[in-house]
Design a protein around this ligand. Sequence first.
Ligand code: ZN
Length: 343
Amino acid sequence: MQIFDRYTNLLDWTKCKENHPRVLGRTLDGSPIACWQSGGDKKPAIFISAGSHSTEQAGVTAAVELIDQLETDHQIYVIPCRDPMGMNGFPYVLSLSLGEEPELGSVEDSEEILKDSGEVLYQDEETLLVIIGEYGYSTSGLYGRFFPGEAFLEPLVGRRIFFPSSAEGIEGTAPFQRAYTLVVSPTGEILHINRFHDTPWAPVEVRCTRRLMAEIQPGLTLDLHEYGGDAFWFSARHQQGDDDQVWEQKIADGIIQTVVESNTKLVEEDYLPGSFFTKGQPGVFWLNPQQRGEGLNLADFAANQYGLSFTIETGMQSGFQHRVRTSMLAAQTAVNVFERRYA
Ligand SMILES: [Zn+2]
């Protein structure tokens, strides 16, 4: 179970598995947005994706592994990396504007390069934001920090802002190894790739995903993420129909049971990932996108349009192999319960 340093490594590695992906579209740098199909013929289909947040790499590796390891008679569709550009890292995304990848040893290095090559749009004690070519670059995260429509964001409306991974000691995501992608909406709101699923304007990665979903009509959607802690949790979505709700709950129960049995730690009793979540049993959180605002993420959209959906969250502070295995275990368990519904 390997850590993919670059998106091309992921594409090369899956080549030897002799299951060729379908290209759903191309990101701004021309990278293919690749989708693999596996599993059986049975419908409804199962959709698995990961990597919309490039710092959460265990989900990406887990999704790749699941392409041929997930056991099911149902059709499986997997997009293991929803942000190929960000996965390639901060020097890479800088090269899209600079023509070559700079050597970055420290935050000071990146500040110097951004200032030398770009137009400064915003600066405070913790953050420098510039525009170079078609992209915004910042030294740290901007999500959730500004009101929509701030004047300094105007040059970046409809564009992306990249900032580097910076936390030390995260296996799979060293400082600068990944570029976190933010997207400035048409109204000047700073969001990210896991939004825009319900809006006419959306980044190409999201448009590819929702076109695929419209085609396959997934009865179960699993989006593999990671959070900053060292334990496990996941979010479920309230379903439109009673029967769907019953099965959403059954899968939630099943995932928690198998994860606990595998001796993986769940988040503490007092943990709450956000004010827009309602606690279920330990480790289970029900997400209410209306309360959050910002439109629908992939799992919200799946629940709205297609059926059962979950966002799996492993803890970045634990070992990579363990995170991958836990993510895969949660996915296999969800699929096992889902299969009982259609047995
Ligand atoms: Zn995430």
